[in-house]
Design a protein around this ligand. Structure first.
Ligand SMILES: Cc1ncc(COP(=O)(O)O)c(C=O)c1O
Length: 439
């Protein structure tokens, strides 16, 4: 049964900051009232003199390629140190880091790789590029992460690897994922593309799998437009990653100029310009991360007081959630049956930039089309492809996609009053939900 809210009753049962409560009394912006917020949230990326000078220095030095300059190597050393890893390889993107990892680990045609459906498409594309089968594991809607409890049932004789994604900078359940990987002899490639400085049991994510992959694309908490990195603690594996990203040319000893090729590869190198920007951006990363964490904690506390609103949960092993995104779920019954698109429209009208986030990736038609193509039909039996289709159900993920509202990390970079305005927007929409549904 739908619960109808009266504004008076709603306000009398709550105890949030005064600004949060006051806003709910006013007419909703979508019905012609004044928005909760008219100002902008902090812009991203941050660009200051530091970036300009670093770029100018590289330009003037005329050493723009990693084989001739020193910036990429300096960044690799700094990122390895910051994440606590033995080795780091900079790549041209997060996708390139994942693609390189799969190649260096020999995961390819005929293999199956367990992936979450609540992720950016790159996690799946790299598996398809290897002509391996991306097998979707359902999502735990509470945490937005791969539901580790459903992984083992998805393992088959040709399952070769798991790619857990630390969605939004909130670590996936690494204890359980690693236990299953050990038991079933699977490689783990951590997709930490959104999880710069996130940590599990006090150690940075990316250090738990065979490799950890990061993205430095413009929207990321550490960015240089486009870029990526692999961290690992396995020297032989790093050597294979290096070779793959550099046209099969050797890591140590040979030098980048040497024309000797030990394996097939690609050019997935980062440039000196990108590394120079990363080195500048890195100087702010720790402080920005702390601000996001403090603001997210405050926003959690405000949103928890709103009936039917549930901020994203973390697993017990998470010791640092770096908040590439901020996510809450809403129970539409507590919003007079309001569907998500309408909630977003009402919130956006209040000046609160909540977004829809991911749609269920396991149902996108292009994956099915790829599996019906020539390569997959020659590599996988009809029975295996039919089974893939039959077991491709992720109800937890569908629920999450229906109920989640996502905010970009820069919404967490301003003052605490920004958090109060976000919560005020949500309260206001809830207080007037029935009225909006009738309008
Ligand atoms: C979870 C995830 N994996 C992989 C990628 C790919 O990274 P890039 O865009 O740097 O190739 C991204 C980037 O958005 C991502 O969010």
């Amino acid at each position: 049964m739908k619960r109808q809210f009266t504004r008076r009753g709603f306000l009398s049962t709550t105890a949030a900051a005064p600004v949060v409560l006051q806003a709910a009394e006013e007419r909703p912006a979508i019905l012609g009232g004044k928005p909760v917020r008219t100002g902008r949230f902090p812009s991203w990326p941050v660009a200051e003199r530091k970036e300009e000078e670093a770029l100018a220095e590289v330009a003037r030095g005329r050493k723009w390629f990693r084989g001739s300059g020193k910036q990429v190597a300096a960044f690799e050393e700094a990122w390895a140190k910051m994440t606590g890893a033995k080795y780091c390889l900079a790549t041209s993107s997060g996708t390139a880091a994942l693609f390189t990892s799969l190649n260096a680990l020999g995961i390819g045609p005929g293999d199956e790789v367990l992936v979450p459906p609540f992720t950016f498409v790159a996690t799946i594309n790299v598996v398809l590029l290897q002509y391996a089968l991306p097998v979707f594991v359902d999502t735990d809607p509470e945490t937005c992460q791969m539901d580790a409890g459903t992984i083992e049932a998805a393992v088959r004789p040709r399952t070769a690897a798991i790619i857990p994604v630390h969605y939004g900078g909130n670590p996936a359940n690494l204890d359980e994922i690693l236990a299953i990987a050990r038991k079933r002899n699977l490689r783990v490639i951590e997709d930490a593309c959104q999880a710069h400085l996130a940590a599990w049991r006090g150690r940075n994510v990316g250090n738990y799998g065979e490799t950890g992959c990061f993205s430095f694309q413009e929207s990321k908490n550490l960015n240089c437009g486009d870029g990526g990195a692999i961290i690992t603690n396995d020297e032989a594996l790093m050597s294979r990653c290096y070779a793959f990203h550099n046209q099969g040319r050797r890591w140590k000893g040979g030098g980048d100029q040497e024309f000797s090729y030990g394996s097939a590869g690609c050019n997935l190198r980062l440039t000196e310009f990108q590394a120079a920007v990363l080195l500048s951006q890195m100087t702010r990363l720790e402080e920005q991360s702390r601000t996001r964490e403090q603001n997210a904690e405050y926003l959690d506390s405000l949103l928890r007081e709103i009936p039917g609103v549930r901020p994203q949960r973390r697993y017990a092993g998470c010791t640092r959630h770096n908040h590439h995104t901020y996510v809450f779920r809403f129970d539409k019954e507590q919003f007079a049956g309001m569907p998500k698109p309408m909630l977003l429209k009402a919130l956006n009208a209040e000046g609160i930039p909540g977004r829809a986030g991911y749609s269920p990736l396991n149902t996108v038609p292009f994956i099915k089309k790829a599996l019906e193509g020539r390569a997959y039909r020659s590599l996988f039996s009809k029975e295996r492809l039919a089974e893939w289709n039959e077991r491709n159900h992720c109800p937890g993920n569908e629920r999450l996609c229906r109920e989640s509202v996502v905010f970009s990390h820069q919404c967490l970079l301003g003052p605490r009053t920004d958090m109060e305005q976000i919560a005020a927007g949500v309260r206001k929409v809830q207080a007037h939900a029935a009225e909006m549904a009738r309008a």
